[in-house]
Write a protein that binds this ligand. Structure first.
Ligand code: GLY
Length: 375
């Protein structure tokens, strides 16, 4: 084992210990961000009434962490807890009020099915995929974000991470409508949200009846023309995933363009500030979750890009990011912290959890480590 491999293995063991501890503490609750080192919870009760509470899209990630822990250890307690929590979010499979169905159901039900092959997990994921599909607006050529699908004309870079639920469903059912809708959405994103220099807008508003563009917007970035780091990370991972499933050359090109923007513009420690263009840099916060998502996406990109030199470049960058996160962003020196990765930024403009642990940061960090260790 090389020194680097030993470091990743130790980091994974550390993450596993935290998950084990949190499994006992959290019981049937869902963590989403830490406050003073403790997980804030976003229960799945009454989610329909409180759909816009901050963590409403995050409940799949804790389940995903439990599945990753089960896959790595084969310890049944992780599997049992994952099932228990799956049953709590299952009712959301029928709601099409949000585009976040991929965030909710992919790490929980799809990842769970791929590990266990349990039919229950597959059938719930397929229903969730249908709900997501029903947010597709033909005039826009895209899946819209929140609220009544007839009235909403907003699309966002984040939605690229909900498409894996559709491609996974296509793979399981052979039904092309899932594949084609996901491709159409990715093409619209590529056309309107990705800029010439490889950075990304947060989103575009369309008229839902005519499909005419009304304007660009940001809700989590510094300003409309800036590049919100986590949006960029969702785009890198999302387009690498799109290419992995479709083998469409244009998605590969877009994934590379977005990845290259990150590589050229990230700070010396490879972990971006919360927005690449915040005028306060360097006196502002970083977002370790954007780095973890990017590292995991780059490992996928390195695996699928046919050019060997590029593959090496993306793998090297993923390792540099993970090395930096492991050395300087782990909660290892602070036992009172419930999360694994420190210094994530949930929502800077709203001032919500701007320098904290985030459950999805932990999820993608652990996912990237397992990709490196298990291949
Ligand atoms: N809604 C996804 C995010 O905050 O990154």
């Amino acid at each position: 084992m090389t020194t680097e491999e030993k470091v990743y293995k130790q980091a994974l063991d550390y993450a596993l210990k935290k998950i084990e501890k949190n499994t006992v503490i959290l019981k049937d609750s869902f963590p989403f961000v830490t406050v003073n080192g403790k997980w804030e919870l976003c229960d799945d009760k009454d989610w329909d009434l409180e759909i816009f509470k901050d963590g409403y899209w995050c409940n799949g990630f804790w389940i995903g962490l439990l599945w990753l822990a089960y896959k790595h250890t084969k310890d049944d307690k992780f599997k049992e807890k994952a099932y228990e929590l799956c049953r709590l979010i299952e009712p959301r499979k029928n709601s099409n009020k949000i585009h976040d169905l991929g965030f909710l159901f992919y790490p929980s039900f799809c990842v769970g099915y791929d590990i266990t092959k349990e039919e229950y997990l597959k059938s719930v994921a397929l229903t969730a995929a249908d709900s997501l599909l029903s947010r597709y607006n033909e005039k826009i050529g895209g899946i819209t974000t929140l609220g009544d699908p007839e009235e909403c004309g907003l699309t966002a870079i984040d939605t690229m991470m909900n498409l894996p639920l559709l491609w996974w469903t296509y793979e399981k059912t052979g039904n092309e409508k899932y594949h084609d809708t996901a491709c159409r959405h990715a093409l619209t994103t590529q056309q309107h949200i990705v800029r010439k220099d490889g950075s990304t807008y947060h989103g575009i508003g369309f008229d839902p009846c005519t499909g005419q563009i009304k304007g660009k917007y940001t809700s989590q970035g510094a300003n409309v023309e800036s590049c919100w780091s986590r949006g960029q990370a969702w785009g890198i991972y999302g387009f690498a995933f799109a290419y992995k499933y479709t083998k469409k050359e244009e998605f590969l090109k877009t994934a590379e363009k977005l990845a290259d923007y990150y590589i050229v513009n990230c700070p010396l420690d490879y972990v971006p500030y919360w927005d690449f263009n915040d005028s306060a840099i360097p006196n502002t916060v970083k977002d370790s979750s954007a780095a973890a998502i990017t590292a995991s996406g780059l490992l996928d990109l390195a695996n699928v890009v046919p050019d060997k030199i590029k593959a090496e470049k993306y793998e090297q960058m993923a390792c540099s990011i993970l090395g930096s996160l492991t050395k300087n962003y782990l909660s290892i020196r602070s036992d009172s912290q419930a999360g694994v990765l420190l210094h994530g930024c949930f929502h800077k403009p709203k001032n919500v959890a701007i320098d904290n642990s985030l459950i999805f940061g932990d999820y993608y960090y652990m996912e990237a480590l397992t990709k490196l260790i298990n291949g």
